[in-house]
Design a protein. Structure first.
Length: 431
């Protein structure tokens, strides 16, 4: 593969000639490539798969996380155990590309790996890593853990994605028409482009689009603007210049607000979320238009094809048999992990997603007496499955997960699963 004049290695469909570079901190393309944590990665992975099927002129830009998100296991008492294990990927291609970017006013080497489209039927994906011997240990750790808890390291990761990704694009001469930020993590790319186009902000805006996911303003990350400057986030701009460019009124740099001011178009991820986002950000001046594009997942990857064939044929008996099989297959995982045999004929509630406090995994359990009645109702029996990965230093979320584990020990019809990744998610969703 020649990476000096890169073009997508498949014929591009006529409606999708426009070149797009898609920046995301995580991509959930397939189970073996463990560089994702939750919904943001699931969306990005499906985008890459759909781009391949539609023959879009798109590349993905991400980070090759040495230890992934983490490996979720159990302690002896079944509570959550966090393990950091180095990942190996023989299917990634070494590009031979090496370059330097500035992080913390210090040169950091970046190497680039490549996920060819034919491996997982995705658009081409380039993955950046600082884990090379040319770097000191601190610089190597930038690409070790997805969403590192250390604030300075997290900002360094944003710079790696944004500046590293934008510089890579120049090195491979891809020349995208659009730089698409899946959340604001890759925003330093905008400052790289501002410098590249000699401080012409209109050249940045016409190329930048932004997907915002968080409908709660407090959930949109802010960091001290002087720390951002110290970390080289602004590509050489002073704090005053960065404030003037992004309209920040104080010393808290709001990444999402800056993205809304530096992009020419943004989108929420559902009709309702678009409405909420427009209302939430309307009090700020000079933000771009926010439209609604409903989140979706790639049908070819997630759907059970036989189930759909039976549905389209109107074969209700075959449909029911297939659905029962899919349930039993998922319940085998429940039995393997918990020692509990679930009944495929019983109504089953599944809560399976990234484990965070605001997602309210324990909502059903807040009324203890009502929960007991629900779980002991023999006339209308119910089974419940919880699955999800808490952030490894989110101790309230971990406590909530462990409380559900202890609660599940009291009921034969309640299970809490570990190892929530693509394969488990797919099995549960198809069931």
């Amino acid at each position: 593969m020649n990476f000096t004049q890169f073009s997508v290695p498949y014929p591009v469909a006529e409606p999708y000639q426009k070149k797009v570079a898609y920046f995301s901190m995580e991509f959930a393309t397939h189970q073996p490539l463990k560089i994702y944590s939750g919904g943001l990665g699931f969306l990005a992975g499906s985008h890459m798969r759909s781009a391949y099927e539609l023959r879009q002129n798109m590349i993905g830009i991400g980070i090759l996380w040495k230890y992934g998100y983490y490996d979720q296991g159990r302690n002896q008492d079944q509570t959550l155990d966090v393990a950091w294990n180095e990942k190996q990927y023989s299917f990634l291609e070494e590009t031979g590309i090496r370059f330097q970017i500035t992080i913390h006013e210090h040169p950091v080497w970046v190497k680039v790996m490549y996920l060819p489209p034919e491996i997982f039927k995705t658009a081409p994906v380039f993955l950046l890593s600082t884990d090379v011997p040319e770097n000191d240990y601190v610089s190597q750790t930038i690409s070790h853990k997805l969403y590192d808890a250390n604030v300075a390291t997290k900002l360094a990761q944003f710079i790696l994605l944004g500046v590293g990704g934008a510089k890579l694009i120049d090195m491979i001469n891809f020349n995208p028409d659009l730089y698409h930020l899946n959340e604001a993590h890759g925003l330093p790319a905008a400052f790289y482009l501002y410098k590249k186009f000699e401080n012409k902000i209109e050249e940045v805006k016409k190329r930048l689009v932004f997907t915002t996911h968080t409908p709660e303003e407090a959930g949109n990350e802010k960091h001290d603007i002087f720390l951002c400057k110290k970390m080289s986030y602004f590509c050489g701009l002073s704090v005053d210049e960065a404030k003037q460019l992004t309209g920040m009124p104080d010393n808290q740099f709001n990444h999402s607000l800056a993205a809304l001011r530096l992009a020419h178009l943004a989108n929420g991820v559902s009709k309702l979320h678009g409405e909420v986002a427009r209302k939430m950000w309307s009090k700020y001046e000079n933000t771009c238009e926010i439209i609604s594009i409903t989140n979706a997942q790639n049908w070819m990857y997630w759907a059970d094809k036989q189930l759909y064939r039976f549905s389209e044929a109107g074969d209700d008996y075959a449909f029911d048999d297939r659905k029962r099989y899919l349930k039993k297959r998922a319940f085998e995982i429940v039995a393997d992990q918990s020692g509990k045999i679930f009944n495929p004929d019983v109504f089953t509630i599944v809560w399976a997603r990234r484990f965070a406090g605001y997602k309210r995994a324990n909502l059903l359990t807040t009324d203890e007496e009502r929960f007991k009645k629900l779980m002991s109702n023999t006339e209308f029996p119910v089974q419940i499955i919880w699955a999800g990965k808490p952030y490894p230093v989110d101790h309230p979320a971990i406590s909530e997960f462990n409380e559900l584990v202890f609660l599940s020990k009291e009921y034969a019809n309640v299970a809490v699963l570990t190892g929530y990744e693509l394969t488990l998610s797919k099995r549960l969703k198809q069931a």
